[in-house]
Write a protein that binds this ligand. Sequence first.
Ligand SMILES: [Fe+2]
Ligand SMILES: [Fe+2]
Length: 203
Amino acid sequence: MAVEFSQSRTKENLMKAFAGESQARNRYTIAAEEACRKGFFALKEIFLFTADQERAHATRFYELLKTEAGENIRIEGGYPVDQSESLVELLMMAAHNEQEEHQEVYPAFAKTAEEEGFPEAAYAFSQIAEVEKIHGERFVKIAEMLKKETYYESSGQGEWMCLNCGHIFKGEKVPPVCPVCRHERGYFIPACMAPYLGFSACR
Ligand SMILES: [Fe+2]
Ligand SMILES: [Fe+2]
């Protein structure tokens, strides 16, 4: 049933989503600092890349609240304290939140928006839910590689990119420093996660 936006649950859901995305952005920025402290510079970049996308999500939800400019929207919600000195734990906690957004929170918000007659909001919730799926899966993948120690090592021929100079290292184990630019191994990222490396598949 169509309702006035100012009276809608969608208005509150958009503000909840804005709060959630804003916090996710900060959590990932803080996690990036932890990755940096531990010398995982490529992982720092993955956290920052994801943080920027959370900001974009927050921006879209905020835009959809434009008609409420000048108002205060009261919301109630629970927000996670995802603190750990373990990168694997940080990744798994992040993945948990991403999966929750993907599977439960945003689909429910999209359904409500649809029912209340706000297709633009419904579209944003459902499409951003799909992005969160990718975020969650990426975090899980990296956590698994760190746990199994395949982030820098491979049982057969592995491939990594140095994010500083772009050198592609092929072998079984990433060397302590990049043979080309001499930056430490933390700049290496598994090729399957390397930015823009998929161009060769473009036809
Ligand atoms: Fe997001
Ligand atoms: Fe996300």
